[in-house]
Design a protein around this ligand. Structure first.
Ligand code: ZN
Length: 128
């Protein structure tokens, strides 16, 4: 399967939006996952290894058992579907957002919940 996302920062940005409807317990689990990935950057030394750890930890969230669709299609497929949808939403947003909107606000809120220190910068796409 070709990977949908190649950069860890982009995967992280997408994960912020996927997690916005999850419980604070799940968000805390993923916060710890992100912390481990970033603290052990000599072990997780490629974007691919960071991204797969992030996805792996997401697929182990207990809360997924409570989501009918996730149980039905499988956690991995559920994640991939959400990544695809969020990625197209964000690609559109990054090209079109002029000032600040609900997506910018959600991103800021989720960053506050998921990162302890300042996070790495999100690559900004240039406007045409
Ligand atoms: Zn915006």
């Amino acid at each position: 399967m070709p990977s949908l996302v190649k950069k860890y920062n982009e995967a992280l940005d997408i994960m912020l939006f996927i997690l916005k409807d999850f419980s604070s317990e799940s968000i805390l689990t993923m916060k710890n996952s992100i912390k481990v990935i970033e603290e052990f950057h000599d072990i997780f030394d490629t974007d691919a290894s960071k991204i797969s750890t992030l996805y792996y930890d997401f697929c182990r969230l207990d809360e997924l058992y409570e989501i009918e669709e996730a149980v039905e299609i499988g956690f991995k497929k559920f994640l991939i579907k959400n990544i695809k949808e969020t990625k197209s939403m964000l690609d559109y947003h990054n090209h079109n957002c002029k000032t600040s909107c609900i997506i910018c606000k959600t991103r800021k809120k989720m960053e506050g919940e998921l990162f302890e220190r300042k996070r790495p910068e999100i690559p900004k796409k240039h406007k045409k």
